[in-house]
Design a protein around this ligand. Structure first.
Ligand SMILES: [Zn+2]
Length: 260
C-alpha cells in the first residue's frame, strides 16, 4: 500500500502537471495554479479518510470540529454568558472530534465505498457545490475545483492498485481490485447511499457550460501532434516490414506527384 507521503507527492506532481497544461492551454491563469495544485493534492489523500487511524481522517475531523466550534460561537454569541458559550464550544469540539469520528469509523470500511470512481464523482460534485454555493465562486472556477479534486482522487486509486501488484514475485496482492472500482460491491447499502447523494449533488450543481466553452476553445491539435507523429512513424515502420521497398518508393513518388 502506498503510504501517506507517496500519495501526497504523486498527487501534487499530477496536479502540477495538469495545472501547467491548463495554463498553457489558456484554461486557467498562473494565479489559479497554486490553489488548484492544493485542491488536487487534497484529492490525493481524500480516499484514505476511510482508514480509521489515517492522518487524513484525523486532520479532517479536527477541521470539522473547529468548524463546528466556529458555528456554535456564531449562533450562541450574545445569547448566553461567556463561560456557558465556551462550554458549548468545548462540547461541540469533543462531540465532533470523538463522537462523530467514532460513528464514521464504525460505518466505513477501509477500501470500501470511498475507494471508488463513484466517490471520485461524489467529491467532485461536492467540491463544485461548496465552491459555488458557500464560497460564491464563479461556475468555471467551481468546476475546476471539482475536476482537480477528482484528478487527485483517481491518482490515489491508481496508485493503490499499482502498489497491489507485487512486481518482484509477478503476482497480484489480495488488495488488487479493491481501490479502483466503480462502487463498493461488498457494501451495497453504502454504495446506494452514495449514489443517491451523488445524484442529488448533480441535480443542484450549476451546469458546467463556461468550462465546456473554455475547453472547446483549446487547440487540442497542438497537444495531439506528438502522438500523431509517433503513430505515423510506427505505422511507417510496420509497413516497411510488410511492403517491399520498391512499392513504398512508388507510393512516395505518386504522393509527391500528387502534391505537385
Ligand atoms: Zn487508499
Amino acid at each position: 500500500m502506498a503510504n501517506f507521503n507517496t500519495h501526497l507527492s504523486i498527487a501534487a506532481a499530477a496536479s502540477t502537471g495538469a495545472a501547467l497544461l491548463s495554463v498553457d492551454a489558456n484554461v486557467i491563469t498562473v494565479n489559479d495554479m497554486p490553489w488548484l495544485v492544493f485542491v488536487g493534492t487534497l484529492g490525493g489523500i481524500l480516499p484514505d479518510i476511510d482508514a480509521s487511524n489515517s492522518r487524513p481522517v484525523k486532520l479532517l475531523f479536527n477541521v470539522l470540529a473547529l468548524m463546528g466550534v466556529a458555528a456554535a460561537l456564531q449562533v450562541f454569541e450574545g445569547k448566553y454568558v461567556s463561560y456557558l458559550i465556551l462550554a458549548i464550544a468545548a462540547v461541540t469540539y469533543l462531540a465532533i472530534r470523538y463522537g462523530v469520528f467514532a460513528l464514521f469509523n464504525k460505518l466505513t470500511v477501509h477500501r470500501g465505498v470511498f475507494h471508488s470512481i463513484l466517490a471520485a464523482v461524489f467529491f467532485a460534485l461536492l467540491m463544485v457545490s461548496i465552491s459555488y454555493y458557500l464560497v460564491h465562486w464563479d461556475v468555471l472556477h467551481s468546476w475546476l475545483n471539482g475536476l482537480f479534486i477528482s484528478l487527485g482522487f483517481i491518482v490515489h486509486l491508481l496508485l493503490d492498485e499499482f502498489y497491489s501488484v507485487d512486481l518482484l514475485n509477478k503476482r497480484m496482492k489480495k488488495s488488487f481490485g479493491t481501490a479502483l472500482k466503480f462502487f463498493s460491491y461488498s457494501n451495497m447499502t453504502a454504495s446506494a447511499l452514495m449514489t443517491v447523494c451523488t445524484l442529488a449533488l448533480y441535480w443542484i450543481t450549476p451546469p458546467p457550460l463556461p468550462l465546456v466553452k473554455v475547453l472547446k476553445g483549446v487547440h487540442w491539435d497542438n497537444y495531439l501532434k506528438p502522438v500523431r507523429f509517433f503513430q505515423n512513424h510506427n505505422q511507417a515502420f510496420a509497413f516497411s516490414h510488410l511492403i517491399p521497398s520498391s512499392m513504398l518508393g512508388e507510393n512516395c513518388d505518386s504522393k509527391q506527384g500528387h502534391s505537385k
